[in-house]
Ligand binder design. Structure first.
Ligand SMILES: [Cu+2]
Length: 265
C-alpha cells in the first residue's frame, strides 16, 4: 500500500510544481496550440489516475475484508457472475470510446488545418513543388536544416544550410517540411508540443506558432542507431528582425569564398 500512496503523492507533488519538485513536470510551453494538448494530457491523466486510485482502494478493501484470520470458514469457489462480467467489460470500453471521441477535437484543432505553403521553384502557388518555409532532414546523427535564400524560394541553388540550428520568427505560423535520409527519426520539440516521425521517402509537414522568444531543445525521439543520443539541436525563436539578421549572417558565411575575401581586403 505504501508504494501506490508514495507514487500518487510524488505525482501530485510534481504536477503541481511544489517545492522541491519544480520543473519536473511538462516542459514550459511556448506554442500557441500547446495548452490544447496539455489539457488533453491532463484530462486523460486525471481520469486514469482516478481509476488507478479507485481500483487500488478496492483491492485493499478486499484483502483486508477477506483475510484468513477474519474468515476461518473454508473458501467457496464460484463460477463467476454474469452481470459483473458485463459491467466491467462495458465500463472500460465506454471510457476508451469516450476518450477516442473526446480527443478528436484536439486533433482537429492542432493537426487538421495546415497554414498555406510557399510557392516552389516554379513560382506558382498551389502546384506540387510548393514548400514549407524551412526544411528539416533527419539523418544519422544530426538535423540538417535548409532555408530559402535571397529569392525566398526553397529548393533553389541559393538555399542556406545549417546543422542542428533552427531559427524561427516569433508569433508567426511556421510550416516545416520534414524528411529523413536514412532511418526513422522523430522530430521532437518538447517546448512547442511538436513530435513527428521523419520517414524515409516521405515529406511531411509540421506546423505550429511559437509565441515566446528563447532557445529550446530539438530532440530525436526515435531510437535511430548508436548515436541517437547525439541527435540534439537548438531551436531559437526571435523577432522577425533578429531572425532575418541571423539568416543574413548565414548567407554571408556560406557565400564567402577566398576570391571574395581577397577582393574585400
Ligand atoms: Cu534520430
Amino acid at each position: 500500500m505504501a508504494v501506490p500512496i508514495l507514487g500518487v503523492a510524488v505525482f501530485v507533488w510534481a504536477a503541481n510544481g511544489w517545492y522541491p519538485m519544480y520543473g519536473h513536470w511538462l516542459p514550459k510551453d511556448v506554442s500557441a496550440h500547446g495548452h490544447v494538448i496539455d489539457g488533453l494530457f491532463d484530462f486523460i491523466l486525471y481520469l486514469t489516475g482516478a481509476v488507478f486510485i479507485a481500483t487500488g482502494l478496492t483491492l485493499f478493501v478486499f484483502l483486508w475484508r477477506y483475510d484468513a484470520a477474519r474468515n476461518p470458514q473454508p473458501v467457496k469457489y464460484s463460477h463467476g457472475n454474469h452481470t459483473l462480467e458485463v459491467v466491467w467489460s462495458i465500463l472500460p470500453a465506454a471510457t476508451l470510446l469516450f476518450i477516442a471521441i473526446y480527443q478528436m477535437n484536439t486533433w482537429a484543432q492542432v493537426k487538421l488545418e495546415r497554414p498555406p505553403l510557399l510557392p516552389g521553384p516554379d513560382r506558382i502557388e498551389g502546384t506540387a513543388d510548393d514548400s514549407a518555409m524551412v526544411e528539416v532532414t533527419g539523418r544519422q546523427f544530426e538535423w540538417r536544416i535548409r532555408y530559402p535564400g535571397k529569392d525566398q524560394v526553397l529548393l533553389t541553388p541559393d538555399d542556406l544550410f545549417t546543422v542542428n540550428e533552427l531559427h524561427l520568427p516569433v508569433d508567426e505560423e511556421v510550416v516545416i517540411a520534414l524528411k529523413s535520409e536514412d532511418v526513422l527519426h522523430s522530430f521532437f520539440l518538447p517546448n512547442l508540443r511538436v513530435k513527428q516521425d521523419a520517414v524515409v521517402g516521405m515529406k511531411q509537414f509540421v506546423w505550429f506558432k511559437p509565441v515566446q522568444e528563447g532557445s529550446f531543445d530539438i530532440v530525436c525521439a526515435e531510437l535511430c542507431g548508436w548515436g541517437h543520443y547525439k541527435m540534439k539541436g537548438r531551436i531559437t525563436i526571435a523577432s522577425r528582425t533578429k531572425f532575418l539578421a541571423w539568416l543574413d549572417e548565414i548567407d554571408r558565411a556560406q557565400n564567402v569564398d577566398h576570391y571574395s575575401v581577397e577582393s574585400e581586403e
